[in-house]
Design a protein around this ligand. Structure first.
Ligand SMILES: Cc1ncc(COP(=O)(O)O)c(CNc2cccc(C(=O)O)c2)c1O
Length: 458
């Protein structure tokens, strides 16, 4: 098989042998998967010769864009030098050491210690065991509860899936595991009613204080949250939310875990979303943009105090590919590219503001109720009535699905979450490519609008 194999043949074999994540297999197999064959910059090619603008940077991860030869060379060089060794039994290796040092330099405050994983889910599983071990080592073994939010996404392993608040995931396979509590998300558009965003942000943040008091502060280990929810629909919290959360975690002495898997490494126009939101986490989860997706890698970055306490015991946890040398070497080169090409600064000062201006112009479209973006992660809310923020008469997600299909047909990748459309392009997207993205989005919205009206769905 190769990229020259006819699409139908690839689709048939894919349907026969390949199970896709988060997919209704029989529905996909009835129509066949779209086969992506090559990619360059922000552009994908599929097996039918279409050239597609990747408005999602793969899965929020290809921050430096596709086709970066430096990353290929870093992987090849490391494969030749040391393709694998573990860091379990009193051993280490240069890529793991060098990347840990670089992450300690980049991470804010005293987040100076790196526990490696192969993915964001695995890193959040690490965090769940870390924070419980931390309190046990401090002589408070009952301090075990972790509080999260409904509609948060922290991964798909049993631990991370339980830390997440997606009820559709919990329903499959007996999640959540014990010891995790949930509060509501700061989603003003969908849940704010007639409150101002400011009032709503405080109200939702104060649910954390209420939950801590309900469980007993002496029993609560940590609060985990994405600075900006990603897979939940790019939910940028009201300005009042995070300062109040920070006050509460400080007041009750619980650990703050910032899940930066999406918001990390320039996505928000800052190196980390915690900086954009002005919060001080004890632990940050990272993955995705760490390697720009060229290699699977994740990590937990710990503050000095947590690392010191957990370092006083044998922490019985870790993965075969924790600190995989090739993944670390590629991640290190990826961070060099981000730094040397000033990509994060350009997102903050030039292309991010340009994208914001163009993206927010979509609110002029009759289907679009609000357009919110921070750096290069943004979402638009589709609605039949902007003033009332009304949902569609059709089942939630119908308008989103129709719009996503129109985008696909217009050779633009935009993800939908319910009736919100999301963009998260590679951070290297040029202004001219931003114009193309917006043009294709607008055209797709027009087509979706016509279809929704034809079908009496609005
Ligand atoms: C905030 C956050 N935390 C953890 C994970 C899990 O990372 P891994 O997938 O590497 O285990 C994620 C991943 N986020 C993610 C993964 C796959 C699809 C989508 C989507 O929005 O369609 C989002 C994430 O967004």
């Amino acid at each position: 098989l190769s990229t020259n194999t006819p699409t139908a043949e690839l689709q048939a074999i894919d349907a026969a042998h390949h199970m896709h994540p988060f997919t209704h297999a029989s529905q996909l197999n009835a129509k066949g998967a779209r086969i992506i064959t090559r990619a360059e910059g922000v552009w994908l090619n599929d097996s039918d010769g279409n050239r597609i603008l990747d408005g999602m940077a793969g899965l929020w991860c290809v921050n430096v864009g596709y086709g970066r030869e430096e990353l290929v060379d870093a992987a090849a060089r490391q494969m030749r030098e040391l393709p694998f060794y573990n860091t379990f039994f009193q051993t280490s290796h240069v890529p793991a050491i060098a990347l840990a040092q670089r992450l300690a330099e980049l991470a804010p405050g005293d987040l100076n210690h790196v526990f490696y994983a192969g993915s964001g889910s695995e890193a959040n599983d690490t965090n769940l065991r870390l924070v419980r071990t931390y309190w046990a080592e401090k002589g408070q073994p009952q301090k075990q509860w972790v509080i999260s939010r409904w509609n948060a996404y922290h991964g798909s392993t049993v631990g991370a899936g339980s830390l997440g608040g997606m009820k559709g995931m919990h329903a499959q396979g007996g999640m959540p595991i014990p010891g995790i509590a949930y509060i509501d998300q700061p989603y003003w558009w969908g849940e704010g009613g007639d409150k101002t965003p400011e009032e709503f942000g405080l109200e939702r943040a104060r649910q954390l204080e209420a939950k801590i008091l309900e469980l007993g502060p002496e029993n609560v280990a940590a609060f985990i949250a994405e600075p900006v929810q990603g897979a939940g629909g790019v939910i940028i919290p009201p300005e009042t939310y995070w300062p109040e959360i920070q006050r509460i975690v400080d007041q009750y002495g619980i650990l703050l875990i910032a899940d930066e898997v999406i918001s990390g490494f320039g996505r928000t126009g800052h190196w980390f979303g915690s900086q954009a939101m002005g919060i001080k986490p004890h632990i940050m989860t990272v993955a995705k943009g760490l390697s720009s997706g060229y290699q699977p890698i994740g990590a937990s970055i710990l503050c000095d105090e947590v690392a010191e306490v957990v370092g006083n015991c044998e922490f019985n946890h870790g993965y075969t590919y924790s600190g995989h040398p090739v993944a670390c070497a590629v991640a290190l080169e990826n961070l060099r590219i981000l730094e040397d090409e000033g990509i994060v600064d350009r997102v903050r000062d030039e292309t991010g503001p340009y994208l914001k201006e163009r993206f927010e112009s979509l609110t002029d479209h009759p289907l679009v109720g609000e357009a919110r973006i921070i750096g290069m992660m943004g979402s638009i809310a589709l609605t039949p009535d902007k003033a009332s923020r009304a949902p569609f008469a059709a089942e939630a997600g119908t308008a989103g699905y129709i719009t996503r299909e129109r985008c696909f047909n217009n050779n633009l990748i935009m993800r939908h979450v319910g009736d919100r459309m999301i963009i998260s392009p590679p951070l290297v997207i040029a202004k001219s490519e931003i114009d193309t993205l917006i043009e294709r989005a607008w055209k797709s919205l027009d087509e979706a609008h016509a279809k929704l009206k034809d079908e009496g769905l609005m």
